[in-house]
Design a protein around this ligand. Structure first.
Ligand code: ATP
Length: 238
């Protein structure tokens, strides 16, 4: 029997200094679901994601994935998650091929299988003939696609996607959404932060809405409209 996988964020208080940005956030992301993390600029979306990937430590509260926290077992926890950042971070001195190989090493993937997967994704994003390119030769969107390809290589329990649409053209956006949908069908829990509410409405199963570091509402779109006091105002502002 397969264990049900879920990300649980419980009473999270956290941020960058002693003054918390996140004041008391609780939500869950179940396996086989795409949850949209929405809120205005500065609401705390990236900060929430930074806590989940372990870049920041909770001041209070807990974050667990399938019952495992980063504090308990960092190695296991990190292998269960992959992350597509808002701003691509690539190594200037490594080629695209080397970035892919680095990912395979980090997640201890079977090279042959992982290359088959990589080639498929590289083709989708038209990067398959650019394996020997260095980051300096890539546009911002292309760099973002490299991050996407690397993040999709391992089979993880939780995929975090921070504001994916701003740098991607419409075609790449579609391709990414299709790939995310496949991951979801395969059981992965996906948390995606975004401002693009129209796209989020189209693809997300439910939402976590934060404002000034506090949970404003969560659930399906109709749950949100019920929970938030000025539904039209707060939803249309995002
Ligand atoms: P956006 O939509 O603009 O990306 P966001 O919802 O992702 O916004 P965060 O980046 O999480 O918002 O920022 C939440 C708060 O944390 C803001 O008040 C911001 O000023 C603060 N903050 C963000 N990064 C840092 C940092 N490195 N050091 C200190 N404070 C930070």
């Amino acid at each position: 029997r397969k264990k049900k996988m879920t990300l649980k964020v419980k009473n999270l208080v956290g941020g960058y200094s002693s003054i918390p940005v996140l004041k008391d956030i609780s939500f869950e992301v179940p396996g086989s679901s795409l949850v949209g993390l929405i809120g205005l600029n500065g609401a705390g979306k990236s900060t929430t994601i930074n806590h989940i990937i372990g870049l920041l430590r909770p001041m209070k509260g807990s974050i667990t994935l399938n019952g495992v926290s980063l504090q308990q077992d960092a190695a296991q926890y990190k292998k269960m998650i992959a992350y597509i950042p808002e701003i691509p971070v690539l190594y200037e001195e490594l080629t695209l091929k080397e970035h892919i190989e680095l990912t395979m090493m980090a997640y201890q993937l079977d090279k042959e299988q992982a290359w088959q997967k990589a080639e498929r994704f590289l083709k989708v994003f038209r990067l398959d003939n650019k394996l020997d390119w260095f980051p300096i030769n890539f546009s911002k969107g292309m760099k973002q696609k490299v991050m996407i390809v690397c993040a999709l290589l391992p089979k993880v329990d939780l995929l975090l996607v921070d504001e994916p649409f701003l740098g991607l053209d419409p075609l790449a956006t579609r391709d990414l959404l299709n790939l995310l949908d496949k991951e979801k069908q395969a059981g992965t829990a996906i948390l995606m932060s975004t401002h693009v509410l129209s796209t989020a409405q189209e693809v997300c199963d439910s939402f976590v809405m934060i404002d000034e570091g506090q949970l404003l509402a969560s659930g399906t779109l109709s749950d949100l409209q019920e929970q938030s006091h000025k539904p039209d105002a707060s939803l249309s502002e995002i």
